[in-house]
Design a binder for this molecule. Structure first.
Ligand code: NI
Length: 201
């Protein structure tokens, strides 16, 4: 089932999400829904809070690293990178990060806006549980490491532009003041619909 994506201004995006304790069918359904919602939105990562479920779970696509020598198509665009794997990480914890990677960053909860030069670790090591509760560790690099850092932040109520230094963050908030205010308005309208639907049942 595809869920509406919660937008900037929705308080669920600013809460610290709760650990997943029940590794049951409901968790499996949630993961399936998150993957479906991610594909529908054309994103590369989605965290529980973004569909209104403040639980420590995210889904992330591992893409083929873009080949800088790949031929550019007739439309002037490089081909879409291939999806190597779909990952579901439950109760993830980034245990180390190293290197520096500068790349564009954006968020399905802040549509229409992105940052060209987001600085993150080039490599991360993350521990997590799978949908059966078994523990794993993985090392990620490049784009996939970037997505993991972005999604892990969502579980702590952190949005990508919070990671900018104070000056850049102030410039960002100023440059997109109107867009952000519009997202806040839409987030509030959505919450009102959710609450009246809940009250009716
Ligand atoms: Ni995001």
């Amino acid at each position: 089932m595809i869920h509406p994506i919660r937008l900037y201004g929705d308080p669920v995006l600013r809460r610290r999400a709760a650990p997943v304790r029940a590794f049951d069918d409901a968790l499996r359904r949630l993961a399936d829904d998150m993957i479906e919602t991610l594909h529908d939105a054309g994103g590369v990562g989605l965290a529980g809070p973004q569909i209104g479920r403040p639980l420590r779970i995210f889904v992330a696509l591992e893409l083929e690293e873009p080949d800088p020598d790949a031929p550019v198509g007739e439309d002037g665009e490089r081909p879409e990178p291939k999806v190597l794997a779909e990952h579901v990480l439950v109760n993830p914890e980034i245990v180390s990060g190293s290197g520096r990677r500068v790349a564009p960053d954006g968020c399905l909860s802040v549509p229409g806006i992105w940052i060209e030069n987001m600085v993150r670790h080039q490599r991360v090591e993350v521990r997590y549980q799978d949908l059966d509760g078994a523990s794993h560790a993985l090392e990620a690099e490049g784009h996939f490491a970037h997505v993991i850092q972005h999604e892990a932040d969502h579980l702590d109520g952190v949005l990508y532009f919070d990671r900018l230094d104070a000056d850049d963050r102030a410039r960002f908030l100023d440059a997109y003041r109107a867009e952000l205010a519009e997202l806040q308005r839409r987030a509030k309208a959505h919450l009102k619909r959710v609450r009246s639907a809940e009250a009716a049942t």
